[in-house]
Design a protein around this ligand. Structure first.
Ligand SMILES: [Zn+2]
Length: 226
């Protein structure tokens, strides 16, 4: 007579089997699944989603722009303070002005929301998530933040952002020095994001800016007032 496992033993064996199967197959499956959604996300994303976010938030870039103006006003007498506020302007621009509208568009793309949520909560997913955001900004905004270079620079804007953040952190956390060049670079980086790249992205979406920094989607001649 053979041994008959009881229900509990059978369940335990099943659990062990699925656990082992997941270990074998799961990571690969997740990898494939993720890639599927990655392509899906880019395919299903629409310019209208991006556009409507900007139209609904016409003041989106104002805080970043005010930080930049403040940095410029401090530049001559207080280059350290100018560095700090210029980098704040850059960080606000990258997060609020370029990335947030895309994240918003993604979470309203059917089937992609869960994937995005997973990636944002998993450290390992961050790199891929950033690639996804960069890819969408490239396709729909016409600018590749990772490869874009300022007219007079050999480095990418992305590298320069890293450099001025480093200089800023050194000033804030260690009381480190800041050269006039650091302050100038930080101001140039923030200025490029807000007065060069942003207008281009908005133009591509059929939008424009009214000075100092209000986003507008109304169709009217550029010189017109409303
Ligand atoms: Zn307008």
């Amino acid at each position: 007579m053979g041994y008959e496992p009881c229900d509990a033993e059978r369940e335990a064996a099943e659990d062990a089997f699925y656990e082992a199967a997941y270990e074998q197959v799961g990571p690969q499956w997740a990898e494939d699944h993720g890639m599927y959604f990655y392509e899906d996300a880019v395919r299903e994303f629409t310019a209208e989603r991006l556009q409507s976010y900007y139209v609904a938030h016409p003041e989106l870039a104002q805080a970043a722009h005010e930080s930049l103006l403040y940095a410029e006003s401090l530049r001559v007498s207080f280059p350290k303070a100018a560095l700090i506020f210029a980098v704040t302007g850059t960080e606000l621009a990258v997060k609020n002005v370029f990335l947030k509208p895309i994240v918003y568009g993604l979470v309203h793309t059917e089937g992609v929301a869960a994937f995005v949520t997973d990636l944002t909560t998993q450290h390992t997913g961050m790199e891929r998530f950033q690639s996804l955001l960069a890819e969408i900004l490239t396709q729909f905004g016409g600018v590749d933040l990772k490869t874009f270079k300022r007219a007079d620079s050999l480095k990418t804007l992305w590298q320069e952002i890293g450099e001025v953040q480093k200089a800023r952190n050194s000033v804030i956390h260690r009381g480190g020095p800041a050269s006039d060049d650091d302050a100038d670079l930080a101001i140039a980086v923030a200025g490029t994001l807000l007065t060069e790249i942003l207008p281009d992205v908005l133009t591509k979406l059929g939008l424009h800016i009214h000075p100092p920094m209000t986003i507008c989607g109304r169709p009217h001649p550029p010189e017109g007032s409303h």
